[in-house]
Write a new protein. Sequence first.
Length: 195
Amino acid sequence: MTTTIEKQPIPAERLIARSPISFAKADARLRSSIQKSPNASPSRFQDQKAKYQLGEKEAYEAWVRSRVGPHGFMYFNEFNHGRWLPLFEPPTATFIDMNGEKKALRATRFILGNPLIAITMLRHDLDAGLCVPVELYLVEEVKGGVRIVWYKPSSLIAGYEGAKQDLVDAAEVLSAKLEVLVNWVLREEETEERL
């Protein structure tokens, strides 16, 4: 059999939300919503999945529900680009402050999701697994404040021609939930309202 490659163009939407709040505050808020335990780790999640056999769906669902935060997402992993980028001093990641000192911008890519949300899409298209869990990129801005950059999940998951309407609908729900989380993290007021 010959290898073939099918091209499916998608209109990916990259979204950027900005806020004047500090990186530390945004980071703490995001973690408070997706990490029930500061010791949460992706390997623990993978180990837990391996314990469940076919037919133990209810136990697995209960385990997932015990780990998702108030916005319906759980922590999977993170990549702290702010730790290694200063080694290379790219102009996008460093700046000179008012005192003439070189400073590094903080930037962390978070992987978050919810298998119980993912299944609402995977049941319609197994290839949706390429885009779940989702990602948020929290970046400190030079003039103060932060931004969160992300790809709208529905544009990646169901943006191709011929996507089933059930898949489109499920992906739109995920996109809306993710946007609610971003807005909550970046809010300026101090209320602790979660939803």
